[in-house]
Structures are given as structure tokens and as C-alpha cells.
Design a protein around this ligand. Sequence first.
Ligand code: HEM
Length: 418
Amino acid sequence: MSGPSTYNPKSGFERWLDARLPLPRLMHDTMSTFPTPRNLNIWYTFGGILTFCLAVQIVTGVVLAMHYVANANLAFDSVEAIMREVNYGWLIRYMHSNGASMFFLAVYIHMFRGLYYGSYKNPRELIWIIGVLIYLLMMATAFFGYVLPWGQMSFWGATVITNLFSAIPVVGNSIATWLWGDFAVGDATLNRFFSLHYLLPFIISGVVGLHIWALHVPGNNNPLGIDVKSPQDTVPFHPYYTVKDAFYLVCFIILFAAFVFYSPDFFGSPDNYQPANPLVTPPDIVPEWYLLPFYAMLRSIPNKLLGVIVMGGAIVTLVFIPWLDTSRVRSCRFRPLMKQFFWAFAVACLLLGYCGAQSVDAERFGVPLVWVARIASLYYFAFFWLIMPVIGLIETPKKLPASIAQSVLGDNAATPAE
Ligand code: HEM
């Protein structure tokens, strides 16, 4: 925890509790007086927003599970019954399905924020790596969840993704059969995916605890990417950031509600309103939008095993970022060259997402999209393994401000005590 505890139990009960289970002390030191850089902007409110998303997914998910039936003959109908017969079942289901998309929207903003401000750099490497683990768990959870309504896209999505494991030499087929619990995606698969879909969010909650613990050791990075040098650089978390986080959370909830109430199927696929049919393959099997960039990488490579390696490599690469970035300056605000490559990277990710949503042989302006996806994939890897290490060494960063306080308060700031 940054600095000594400032908790002062007032009542007899508080003193009694503090000597036995100092939870109020923990809350006080981490949520109330915690010294937080005074220059955090809107992009720093997404950690709190993500915590909210996780809570929404768990609460709505537990209620859905009270009515859902994990059986291949009944699953589709049980979801329809939730929509039509359970009190406010439609609301709970739409909150859960749109909630997954909002969760990923928030996590992508959170990750790009971290990339832009260099939040993964020393001493915050573990916050980042734990984050990557959360991201992986989120993808697994979302994939399992998408299978549960047992519509056409659920079934065929599960078939495509689990079949990827069969590309592994020698043991691949055995792994696929082991995952299915049968010789194809079926009732046994649905059951285990339901079990895992229920379990993983609780594991994510535990890992989020580690993420926030690791964050509270060095404290937040900030948009300037410079260290806190004096008490003037920080403000207590409460009321400054509790109020700011609450304001942006309400804005986020308004956007979330707009989807739930006005366009609840915006992120979904109409094919998933058809019950699963192993005898009819849908014309295009498309995953949810948040997995599309990886799907585009996979499809852009003709060799299945290589495609799987590239797709897996794209995620594993994220773990090494703290060491691939050789710059001594954290924030892209002071890195004119890196900033441009960063935005090109964001465009490459969007392009990959776009290509992943189109059919394999699609063309735009006479250009086959599979080539667009190949070039964007190449840039994705080049960005981390080549551009990041090289630019860090050759770029001349802009001059950093003397302190956070000086940058925010100008001449009113006292000179930082070194
Ligand atoms: C359930 C998902 C997640 C939750 C609830 C969560 C929560 C938080 C919270 C509350 C903070 C502090 C506030 C803020 O900086 O926004 C934070 C910071 C951070 N998170 Fe996450 N996070 C999640 C996922 C991720 C992922 C996937 C990554 C990266 C792969 C990540 C990387 C970071 C980093 C590097 C920081 C430090 C930022 C800084 O100080 O500049 N997080 N997270």
C-alpha cells in the first residue's frame, strides 16, 4: 500500500473490528485517502466502469441461470421462455448479452489507454500482465456464454473454435474430443460450457482483486507518465475520483441502457434466433464483434495450424510489452514518433475487426479483404516486436514537465521536494 495507514477508528465497535478484521482500514486506505495523481483524465474512469460491468454480468447471470436449462434439447426453448415468460426476463437477458459487449468495449478502451500512457512500464509490469490474464479469461467466458442459447451461431461457433485444437499435431484430435466430451459438439459440450461459464466470472473477480492490489503498490500512472514526486501531485481518492468515476459511470450506463432498450440485438446475430442444427451450416460463421480481429488473423492464413499459432501469438505478445518498449519515457504525449505508430496500430486493429466480419472471399475497391487482414496482422506483430523496441531507442522525446503539480497548477505549484 502506498504510504502508512491513516485510518483512525472512532467508535468502540470500529476499534474492536480493527483489531480483528481490519476491513474498514483497508477500504479507508485504498478507496478514501489513497493518494491519486491529480491529473487523471476520463480514460482513468474505465477501471471503475469495468468493475461495474463485472458485477452486472455476475448478478444478471446468476438470475438467468435460475431459469436456463443446460440441455441440448431444452436450452434454446428455455432462453425463449426467459424472454417471454419470466418476469423481466427479457431485461435481464438483454442486460447480460449487451453487458458482455459493453464490458469488452470498456476493456478495449482500458487497454488502449494503458498502451498510450505506457502504464505497463516499470514498476507496473504485473498490473499489465494480470490484466492480460483477465482479458484471456474474459474471452473464454464470453465464448462459453455465446454457446449457451444453443442457436445456430452458438453451435457453429463452438464447432469452429473447438476444432482449432485439432490442428495441433499428434494430440490435436484427442484434445478436441476431450473438450467436447463426445465425438462432436453436443449435449456434453453444452453442459461443461455452462459449468465453466458460471465458474470463470468468479475466478475473474479474484484476479481483479490481484490487479487492484498490484495497482495500489506503486499507485496510478497518469497521462503525463511521470512519477509522483510530492504530496502536491496527488489528491485523496475520495471525494475527487469517487465523484468523477461516478459521473462517467452514469454516462456509460446511459449508453448501455440505449442499447438494451432501443437496439437490444445490435451486437447479436440473427442466425442465433434459429435453433442449433448440426445438419445446416450458416453461410457465414461470425464470432461476436470483440473477437473479430483475432478471427480475421486466423482466417487470413491458409494453414490451419499456423493460423492458430498466429492468433495465440497475438495474445501472448501482450505479455511481453513491458520489456519490448525500450523508451525511458512512458506517455505517448511526449513521444511524437511513437504516437503515430500507436494510432496506426489502432487503425490496424479496426481493419482486422472489419475484415473478420466479412465473408472470406470479400473484396472492397477491388482489393481482396484477406490481403488487408494479412497486412494488418503483419503490422500488429511488427508494432510490438520491431517498432516498439526500435523507436524507443531512436526517438527523441519531448521535454517532460517538472512535476504533475506544475503541469496542472502552473506557477502556483510549489517546487517539488526531491
Ligand atoms: C475485469 C477487467 C478489469 C478490471 C475490473 C480492471 C480494473 C482496474 C482498475 C479499477 C484500475 C485503476 C483505475 C484505472 O486506471 O482505470 C485499473 C488499472 C489498470 N489496468 Fe485494469 N482492469 C481490468 C482489465 C484490465 C486489462 C485487460 C488490462 C490490460 C491488459 C488492464 C491493465 C491495467 C493497467 C496497466 C492499469 C494501471 C493504469 C495506470 O495506472 O495508468 N486492466 N484496472
